[in-house]
Design a protein around this ligand. Structure first.
Ligand code: SAM
Length: 218
């Protein structure tokens, strides 16, 4: 994959159109829209496919994985209600696009990816773009207990169930956003930790994610 780090005027125009499209689709939080408007998504694409970068579509990034659809990124981000300085665990770094959006909102991001090629790519590309999250390589289906607790946890791959071990890594008042379902489709689920042993679960819209693979997953 050949990266060309050029943030030219034409691409900025396309990004504005993407933001307008997301607003029309129902994304309301201005800070989330502004973050999407700031991250140069074409940096994650080979130059040949730059014309696809600001379409509201998922796109292959190699190793059988995809960069998430902008609407999905905005939808999950909105559910997290990120505040400046929030410590956020992201499971499934993928291209790193979602990571950048979280960081634009002021989050301190711990991000884990199980595929080595993707991990190796993001540890180069993101710092080059000016984003320096804490990168991890491995199975994130158990969270990262060593660095817990987190104010927010986002899972960017489809899980068969909500892993109990992840819930235990949330602060009181913390929020987990995770797609849960079968191989074909998943419901977006948010779980809020309301007390030591109290959790509030809400099921939302249907999405299609690549599977979360690991110890507490498929
Ligand atoms: N949000 C990402 C982006 O913006 O590019 C896309 C994420 S992609 C839809 C899901 C990612 O989760 C894939 O890169 C996949 O390898 C990763 N993944 C799946 N199971 C995982 C696990 N147990 N631990 C860490 N990463 C995992």
């Amino acid at each position: 994959m050949a990266y060309e780090f050029v943030d030219n005027y034409r691409e900025k125009g396309a990004r504005k159109q993407l933001v307008a499209h997301l607003r029309k689709r129902g994304i309301e939080e201005e800070a989330v829209l502004a973050a999407i408007g700031k991250v140069p998504r074409h940096f994650f694409f080979d130059k040949t496919f730059w014309n696809q970068a600001y379409k509201d579509i998922a796109f292959p990034i190699g190793d059988g994985q995809t960069i998430s659809q902008p609407y999905t990124v905005a939808y999950q981000t909105e559910l997290l209600h990120i505040g400046k300085g929030d410590k956020v665990l992201e499971i499934g770094t993928g291209s790193g696009y979602q990571t950048c959006v979280l960081m634009e909102l002021g989050a301190e991001v711990y991000t884990i990816e199980r595929q080595e090629n993707l991990y190796k790519r993001t540890i180069q590309v993101l710092p080059y773009m000016g984003y320096t999250p804490h990168f991890f390589l491995g199975d994130g289906s158990r969270g990262i207990p060593e660095h817990a607790p987190y104010e927010k946890i986002i899972v960017t791959a489809g899980a068969p169930f909500v892993p109990e071990i992840m819930l235990r890594q949330l602060t009181i008042g913390g929020i987990l956003v995770i797609p849960v379902g079968d191989a074909k489709e998943q419901k977006m689920v948010t779980v809020i930790r309301t007390g030591d042993n109290e959790f509030e679960k809400i099921e939302l819209d249907t999405f299609r994610f690549v599977p979360l693979v690991g110890d507490q997953a498929w």
